[in-house]
Design a protein around this ligand. Structure first.
Ligand code: CA
Length: 441
């Protein structure tokens, strides 16, 4: 039975002959045997399996980085050869685009400045210094070094003072512009000079990823109604380290714990799903134990299709705690076992926000760029545009996996993301979104 959108197809499963099963007792590991990449952001080198024919691990690609080893050596980007299929696109620093026009280079968390925020660098690191696995007893899934997949990255040659000067000139005639003693002054001035969706986009780009996520979560919760899809999107796609940082910033900015804010605005099993995700407790090991995957598939079957009613908490426990590579194996086992895609079972067993939330979590685990491509497509299709969603995804993924999202987009919808953004937006807003997109496909 085909399993659309569920790579890897070719090459079969398990990916490494001989890698499974692990030695008895190798899983779970001894407590403490695997500190998952302390401080790494994001620690997973591959949130999704490689697409067939996509990007083979490149020899001599993006060199593993030491913490703080960014900016890269010249020539380190782009890592890929011609096989990449993005002619002339990635790798060019966006000259003239001040991602971070910081008047104060020591401003924390301000990308482009020479000092990346501790523990929150913007470039996914392949994490070469994976701690030892107790004498090699633990089978390790092949590390896929796919290099940087964003469209926007830090700009090593950035000259913040020059950028500030450019901004000053651009704003001349609009009022005061010579009193920028801090980033806050600059943001305030920009805020008053700009308007509409363009302003929202610029303001989003001036935040650190975690600040922006916290802001979006708060916006999704506050006021009448709730943007459930936004909550799920952020909480199901970020790493544990990112989620912990979001929690910290949320508390500082909004004087309330994120969990309490979610609790006050949602209910039932959907609330439990969000709260589980907001803990940032997902297993982040890259290893997969097939026998455990089979057990989990059985447990999901017993909790849903093979039961009168549904044990939602079982779904919650497995989908929110297990590692993404493990869950991809679970979904395959599930399909083999009961002949049905786990998404279909969720749709049969659940309803409302819980159903759409669980389905989104599954989609995000199966194929993160595919999930974001779908979110973008839905944000633009039909009359009108969900600009908030469009802005959030374009900004938050531009430094992570925009190239992969574009590839999924054109594959699934027959038009490039670039083309759809061009047709759906206008003016400076459109120009800046297209910069984040990085090119057409
Ligand atoms: Ca049932």
């Amino acid at each position: 039975m085909s399993y659309p959108g569920y790579p890897p197809q070719s090459g079969g499963y398990p990916p490494q002959a001989g890698a499974y099963p692990p030695q008895p007792g190798a899983y779970p590991p001894q407590p403490g045997a695997y500190p998952p990449a302390a401080g790494g952001y994001p620690p997973q080198p591959s949130g999704y399996p490689p697409q067939p024919g996509g990007y083979p691990p490149q020899a001599g690609g993006y060199p593993p980085q030491q913490p703080g080893g960014y900016p890269p050596q010249p020539g380190a980007f782009p890592p890929q050869g011609p096989a990449m299929g993005y002619p002339g696109q990635p790798g060019q620093p966006m000259a003239g685009y001040p991602r971070a026009p910081s008047p104060n280079p020591s401003m924390p968390g301000y990308g482009g400045a020479p000092a990346p925020m501790p523990g929150y660098p913007k470039v996914p690191s392949p994490n070469p210094s994976m701690p030892a696995y107790g004498g090699g007893a633990m089978p390790i899934a092949p590390q896929i070094n796919r290099g940087f997949r964003g469209t926007i990255k830090d700009y090593p040659g950035a000259d913040p003072l020059k950028d500030v000067e450019v901004l000053r000139k651009a704003m001349k005639g609009f009022g005061k512009f010579n009193e920028w003693r801090s980033l806050a002054d600059l943001v305030k001035d920009l805020h008053s000079e700009l308007s509409g969706d363009f302003r929202k986009l610029v303001m989003a780009m001036l935040k650190t990823p975690a600040e922006f996520d916290a802001y979006e979560l708060n916006s999704a919760i506050k006021g009448a109604g709730t943007d459930e899809a936004c909550l799920i999107e952020i909480l199901s796609s970020r790493s544990n380290a990112e989620i912990k940082e979001i929690n910290r910033i949320y508390k500082t900015e909004y004087k309330k714990k994120l969990e309490d804010a979610i609790s006050g605005d949602t209910s039932g099993h959907f609330r439990r799903l969000l709260i589980s995700l907001s803990q940032g407790n997902r297993d982040e090991r890259e290893t997969v134990d097939i026998s455990l995957a089979k057990q989990d598939a059985q447990a999901l079957y017993a909790a849903g299709e093979n039961k009168l009613g549904t044990d939602e908490s079982k779904f919650n426990a497995i989908l929110c705690a297990r590692s993404k590579p493990h869950l991809r194996a679970v979904f395959l086992e599930y399909q083999k076992m009961c002949g049905r895609d786990i998404e279909k079972s969720i749709i049969r067993e659940m309803s409302g926000d819980l159903e759409s939330g669980m389905v989104a979590v599954v989609k995000c685990i199966k194929n993160t760029p595919g999930y974001f491509a779908e979110r973008l497509h839905k944000a633009m299709k039909g009359a009108g545009t969900k600009d908030r969603t469009l802005i959030r995804i374009m900004v938050s993924r531009s430094e992570v996996d925009m190239l992969d999202i574009r590839q999924e987009y054109v594959k699934n919808y027959g038009k490039s993301l670039y083309t759809d953004i061009s047709g759906d937006t206008s003016g400076d807003y459109k120009k800046l979104l297209l910069k984040l997109c990085g090119g057409s496909d």
